[in-house]
Design a protein around this ligand. Structure first.
Ligand SMILES: *Cc1c(COP(=O)(O)O)cnc(C)c1O
Length: 472
């Protein structure tokens, strides 16, 4: 029952391929945002009778139909959203292959190719960031990678932490990141048992970059008060506005203060693949560890985070637990077991959705796409300004935060409701006013889409101002 017969399998693969192709081909003609109707989705699911199984083709058609209707179409070229890319064609194939072969990447001996391929990629990305040696692990995403960074930093600063926990430490461990850093750090502080108060939110300057003077001041006050600073996080491409913290200054300070220096480059890290953009990340090579998400600007489907560190053996110190039941077939070989180096135990071969597209596009293919999207971001900012919007963030990365004389929430709601595009609103800095936000991480987005967005914004603003006469 769980294995279909050959004729039906062949039919299913064919149908699956057709459905995927129809989506890739047709999504741009579809509205971007779905209807948000929980009752309708639940009613459709309630109509399924698991006591009366249906055919595989019918089941597939149902799911495909539901996906078309009830999801934000992040692969749509007019999705100007939160770094959710259109997946690379070969990455889609990679995820399907991984499901079919189902390698268990927890233990090297169960998946020599998967484990070595991921380690090969980790070293390759480490080299792109300027590390001379790299260890690391694929993660579910940036949140797990940031969590891993906090654990690695704790393990290095407090050798007893792993065995005796936080309570055995002489003082409260504290960590530092700007008020614009990603909130997964707050989560990490909580789930590592430090408590969210342990994350010191450092004020930013007018360009939304961490203030080194304020950081120093808070740090010295903490030390005087008996707390134990152990980690400073720089953001290389903030979620809100693509802001890059002064990484060389942070590296300097971390070195002088004996702190672990982590760089959260979850989406901005892709800039390392462009010689043109790489200088903006200067200082990242001095990091002790880096968070980098392939599922953001590298067009991998969801669930492809990467944690990189230049400290050999540290992940093992942070995570290794010895058991008798895990496979021992690789004993005596010079290899590592990923379950000993990460939060995950059983693990999917996540790296394949990075490896396969990289084999085909090459670094050059990625460089071209990253630079094209960055240039398109510049065009977007120019077009927005020409249409009377004020750009309020400053970044070489393709994200614009902007405001004008209309209520940003209302403009955003209108654009999204029109189905033409998806954008969002946010607030920059402490107590900042709401602004509109549009970001390009989709290789399918082109100049015509940017112009269509600007015109949709214009229309929304005019309608709100009551000055439209139905023209245009
Ligand atoms: C998206 C993001 C994260 C979180 O990553 P997930 O993959 O969503 O878990 C962390 N940091 C930054 C800067 C991000 O943009």
């Amino acid at each position: 029952m769980l294995m279909l017969d050959k004729r039906e399998r062949l039919e299913l693969w064919k149908r699956l391929g057709e459905k995927i192709e129809a989506y890739a081909e047709g999504v741009q003609a579809h509205r971007v945002a779905p209807e948000l109707d929980p009752a309708a989705v639940r009613a459709a699911l309630a109509g399924l009778d698991f006591d009366a199984p249906r055919g595989s083709g019918e089941a597939l058609d149902f799911v495909v139909e539901m996906l078309w209707r009830y999801q934000m179409h992040t692969p749509h070229p007019m999705y100007f959203g939160l770094f959710n890319p259109a997946p690379a064609t070969l990455a889609i194939a990679a995820d399907a292959l991984v499901a079919a072969f189902n390698p268990q990447a927890a233990a090297w001996s169960h998946s020599p190719f998967a484990v070595e391929a991921e380690q090969h990629l980790i070293r390759a990305f480490g080299a792109k960031f300027g590390f001379d040696q790299t260890e690391g692990t694929f993660c579910s995403g940036g949140t797990e990678a940031n969590h891993t960074a906090v654990l690695a930093a704790l393990t290095r600063a407090f050798p007893d932490f792993g065995r005796r926990g936080v309570r055995a430490l002489a003082g409260q461990p504290v960590m530092y990141a700007s008020s614009e850093s990603h909130h997964s750090l707050l989560r990490a502080a909580r789930v590592c048992g430090l408590g969210t108060d342990a994350l010191r939110s450092v004020p930013v300057d007018g360009a939304m970059r961490i203030r080194l003077d304020a950081l120093k001041e808070i740090l010295h006050r903490d030390r005087k008060g008996g707390s134990v600073p152990f980690l400073v996080v720089g953001t290389a491409g903030s979620t809100n506005g693509g802001v890059i913290d002064p990484l060389p200054g942070l590296a300097e300070l971390a070195g002088a203060e004996g702190l672990w220096f982590h760089v959260d480059a979850a989406w901005g890290g892709a800039a390392a693949l462009s010689p043109k953009l790489r200088p903006h990340l200067a200082g990242i090579e001095r990091a002790d560890s880096i968070t980098f998400d392939a599922h953001k600007w590298l067009s991998a489907p969801m669930g492809a985070g990467i944690f990189l560190t230049r400290h050999a053996g540290l992940l093992e110190r942070a995570f290794a637990i010895h058991t008798d039941y895990m496979p021992r077939d690789a004993r005596g070989l010079d290899v590592l077991d990923p379950y000993q180096q990460s939060l995950q135990w059983s693990r999917r071969f996540t790296g394949l959705k990075v490896l396969l597209p990289l084999m085909v596009a090459g670094w050059e293919g990625y460089r071209r796409e990253i630079e094209r999207m960055a240039a398109l971001g510049d065009l977007m900012k120019l077009e927005l300004e020409a249409a009377g919007w004020r750009i309020v963030n400053s970044t070489p990365l393709p994200v614009a935060c902007f405001s004008g004389d209309a209520d940003p929430m209302a403009v955003c709601a209108r654009v999204v409701a029109s189905g033409q595009a998806w954008i969002s609103t946010t607030r920059l800095g402490d107590g900042g006013a709401p602004v509109l936000r549009a970001c390009i991480t989709n290789y399918r987005t082109g100049p015509e889409d940017v112009r269509a967005l600007v015109s949709a914004l214009k229309q929304a603003r005019q309608t709100l101002a009551g000055t439209t006469n139905g023209a245009r």
